[in-house]
Every structure is written in C-alpha cells, then in structure tokens.
Design a protein around this ligand. Structure first.
Ligand SMILES: NC(=O)c1ccc[n+]([C@@H]2O[C@H](COP(=O)([O-])OP(=O)(O)OC[C@H]3O[C@@H](n4cnc5c(N)ncnc54)[C@H](O)[C@@H]3O)[C@@H](O)[C@H]2O)c1
Length: 440
C-alpha cells in the first residue's frame, strides 16, 4: 500500500479497509475471525489444473515455500504446462519481478503429477480445472476418497454454486471458495467464498494461506458470480448497452472511460477476458446474452484469443485496431432502438456505467454477501485496477452524493422497469425518500 500514491483521506480509507478485511465476518452468525481456528499447520498444497489460473496459483504457493504439487490430466498436458511455466519465469525475470534465486526456489518447491493418489498427504487442495460443475464434483468425490479427513478443499470457480459443489463430499464443511484473479501469481486480491456449508475453520485456513502467499483475501458470501464478477457483469452489461442501444463505437466508449481516469477501457478489457468466458458465466447464472454478444459469438469473435472481438488484433504484433465490421454490426443492431435514458455528455456515460454498479454493491451489502462498503472498494482497486484516487466504486458513489445517485437511479428504474440493472437497492430507495422529504 506504501507504493500507491493516493490522497491522504483515500489512503486512510484503504488502510481501514485492509484491517477490516483481516477481521473477517459475514452477517451469517456462523463464525468469524475471532472464533475460527486454522486447521493445523499447512505444509503441503496441491493445485489441480495447470492452465492459466492453476499455474499462477502454483507459482504463488511455491514462491511462499509451500511444497506444491501441480496436477494435470495427462503427461502431454503436464509437458505443455511446464513449457508455459518456463515462459512465465522468463517474462517475470525480464520485468524484474523474479530473479534466478527466486525461480530456483519456486522450481524446487514445485512437483508435478498426473496421479491424484500423490495428494494423500496434502493439507490444502485448490482446484482450477475447467469451469464445469460435473467435472469439479467428480474431481472432489475422488479426492474425498484419497485425501486425509482434515485436508481443506478450495475451489477457484468464478461462478459455480459452491453449496451445490460441496454436496459431493462426505464432509461438506471442508469446501471453501478461493477465487484468485488473473494473473494469479501477480494480483493481490483473492475472494474467499463462505458457502452455506463451509466451516469457519476452512475459511480461517484459506485466510492463513492467502496471508502466507502475500495475497489480500476478502470474505464474501455465496451468490451467483460472487461479489466481484457480479459487479463487473453489471459494468460490462451497461458498457455493451452503449453499443447496441446507443450506437457508440468500442473506441469511443473506451476513450471516455480512460479520460475519466481508468487505465483501460471496458471493451479492451472484455476482449482480454474473452467474450466466450462471459458467455459461460452468463449461462451458469441464467443471465441472457445481449444482441452484441450474440452477434460476436456467432462470428467466433471471442476477443484477443481469436484476434477478433470488439476490436481486431494484428496476428503478428497483436496491436489493437478498430474494426469496421464491428462498427457495421453496431449500426445494424442499434438502428431504430428507442433510448429511454438520455445520455448527453461524457459524464452521463460514466454515470450510466458506474451508478448501477454502486447500486449492485448496495444490494450485496443488504443480502449479507459482504460486510463493509470499503471492502468492495479495495477489491476493485486491487483486483480490477480501479484508480485509487477515485477510491473504488462505493466511495465514488458516496462522492457523487446519495441524493443525486438515488434520484438518477430512480428515474432510470422508472424508465426501464424490466431491466435488472436498475432494480433498486433498499439503500438507494431510502436515500430517494430522504431526498423527497428534505424538499417538503
Ligand atoms: N481465466 C481466468 O481469468 C479466471 C479467473 C478466475 C477464476 N477462473 C476459474 O479458474 C478455473 C480454471 O480456469 P483457467 O482459465 O485456468 O482454465 P484453463 O482452461 O486455462 O485451464 C484448465 C486446466 O485444467 C486442466 N484439467 C481439466 N480437467 C482436469 C482434471 N480432471 N485433472 C487435472 N487437470 C485438469 C486442463 O488440462 C487445463 O490445463 C475455472 O474454474 C475458472 O472459472 C478463471
């Protein structure tokens, strides 16, 4: 936190968020940081799945000195995973985030296998296999028969219901969500998911491990997409409305957002995350695809990975370019669509993107998904790159003023009553009532 140059009031706010994140609790009265105990000493950790996330998690664990076993399906996948790890070490060395000594330490702590039986002495297992409930349940059922009774199971799922996942276990209290962010070896933020069956001691163990691997864990409750992706989905949905309803181009939207102070525009980010990944997230949660997503998916424009998404990317240099094809799609889809909410200037566009996100944050607080507003902010600063000077989404909302925020959101809700982005939180409704009363 020392390296972040931020105004003193924001800095103090983030320091408070940091200490509240350690004093973890949720309004579920099933235990908190004071009553919970770490389940013994953690010495041996396994990561299952050596893909994008698994490799990053394994590096973080091995770097902290845990004996770390990385598991893949078969030898071919394991060979590929080791080649990708070597590429990562070289890149990290170039960026001076790793040196030869640290790489050696990681390599000597990392072990590879294709045999789940090798995990019988593990204290913690984190799965990072494909986002598929059946696959994850089958895996945990096998591990349940192999591992010690006191071994904690963590899942890196970004959207699946961990209560349902835990049902495959003989003791369903030992499954906890440990949701890392990509790239997992670098991003400090980890969302710890306290499922309805999860024991307080499993949560405490996840917190302890995160502390050891130098991550900042924040506790959230189990809900579709958990907290971070739930707010992010609102932000991206609003972004895409700017294209398919208002006819704005990706570069125009990204430019407005960057001018506001974000390092990256939302459509550049969407291309990096993958439009196919968003499709999976939506499918899992029964959220409908919007017209622009449907059209891009139909054309296999998944983002950077296919060199085409909201933008196109040069095959050799990977340089981002505007794409006339996307602009044509936007023109066709948005043509003749009625715009009930009026957006006149760039600030209106920013409000359109961020106000519903703030409202979603209030909904999460009301549902008991997270304990404090400032924890949402620290998650977005450390997990999303939200500029600390703007303080995170909730602090941004407060700085706008609850009066203005609630009046605007109430108006949008009345104009678009069926749109779930404008389903008002009680906090916003109360602020609207107070605003009305103050005018009488
Ligand atoms: N990619 C992200 O940005 C991101 C971010 C947060 C969470 N997640 C979640 O992390 C998990 C993994 O995502 P990813 O992007 O790393 O996927 P990926 O496709 O890059 O990697 C998955 C890996 O799991 C391996 N695998 C599949 N079944 C296996 C099995 N039975 N045993 C051992 N290995 C097996 C595959 O061979 C593959 O290498 C998913 O649940 C995803 O939702 C992804």
């Amino acid at each position: 936190m020392d390296k972040i140059k931020v105004p003193e009031d924001v800095r103090n706010y983030l320091m408070e968020a940091y200490s509240l994140s350690q004093q973890w609790s949720l309004p579920n009265e099933r235990g908190n940081y004071e009553s919970a105990k770490v389940l013994g000493e953690i010495r041996e950790v396994a990561v299952i799945g050596g893909g994008t996330m698994g490799r990053g998690i394994a590096i973080a664990c091995a770097r902290a000195g845990y004996k770390t076993i990385l598991v893949e399906n078969d030898q071919k996948a394991l060979d590929w995973c080791q080649r990708e790890l070597d590429i990562t070490y070289t890149r990290e060395k170039q960026f001076k985030r790793l040196d030869d000594q640290k790489i050696l330490k990681i390599k000597s702590a990392l072990h590879f296998t294709t045999n789940l039986e090798d995990l019988k002495n593990c204290d913690l297992i984190i799965e990072a296999v494909f986002e598929n409930m059946k696959l994850k349940k089958e895996l945990f059922s096998k591990l349940d028969r192999i591992c010690r009774d006191d071994c904690i199971f963590g899942t890196n799922t970004s959207s699946l219901d961990i209560d349902e996942m835990s049902l495959c276990l003989r003791n369903n209290t030992k499954l906890v969500g440990i949701h890392f962010f990509n790239p997992a070896n670098l991003i400090k933020m980890v969302e710890i998911v306290y499922g309805s069956n999860t024991s307080q001691n499993a949560v405490a163990t996840a917190f302890e491990v995160c502390k050891t691997i130098k991550k900042l864990p924040v506790l959230v409750g189990n809900c579709p997409a958990f907290l971070f992706n739930r707010l992010l989905a609102v932000y991206l949905e609003q972004t895409e409305k700017l294209l398919y309803i208002y006819g704005l181009t990706p570069q125009h939207v990204d430019e407005i957002v960057r001018n506001f102070g974000f390092l990256m525009g939302p459509l550049t980010m969407a291309d990096m995350n993958g439009i196919d990944v968003m499709e999976k997230l939506k499918k899992e949660n029964n959220w409908p695809l919007n017209p622009i997503e449907t059209e891009l998916l139909k054309r296999k424009r998944y983002g950077r990975k296919t060199n085409k998404g909201f933008y196109k990317y040069d095959e050799k240099t990977h340089k981002k370019e505007n794409d006339m094809e996307v602009e044509q799609i936007i023109r066709e889809i948005s043509n003749g669509i009625q715009t009930n909410i009026q957006l006149i200037c760039d600030q209106d566009v920013i409000n359109f993107l961020l106000y519903p996100m703030v409202n979603e944050g209030f909904l999460c607080l009301e549902e008991g998904i997270i304990q404090h507003e400032c924890l949402i902010d620290i998650m977005f600063i450390l997990g999303f790159g939200w500029p600390p000077s703007i303080g995170g989404p909730m602090r941004f909302g407060r700085s706008v003023g609850m009066d203005k925020l609630s009046n605007t959101l109430s108006l949008w809700s009345s104009l678009e009553p069926k749109d779930r982005a404008y389903k008002l939180s009680e906090t916003v409704k109360k602020a609207k009532l107070e605003s009305l009363r103050s005018k009488i």
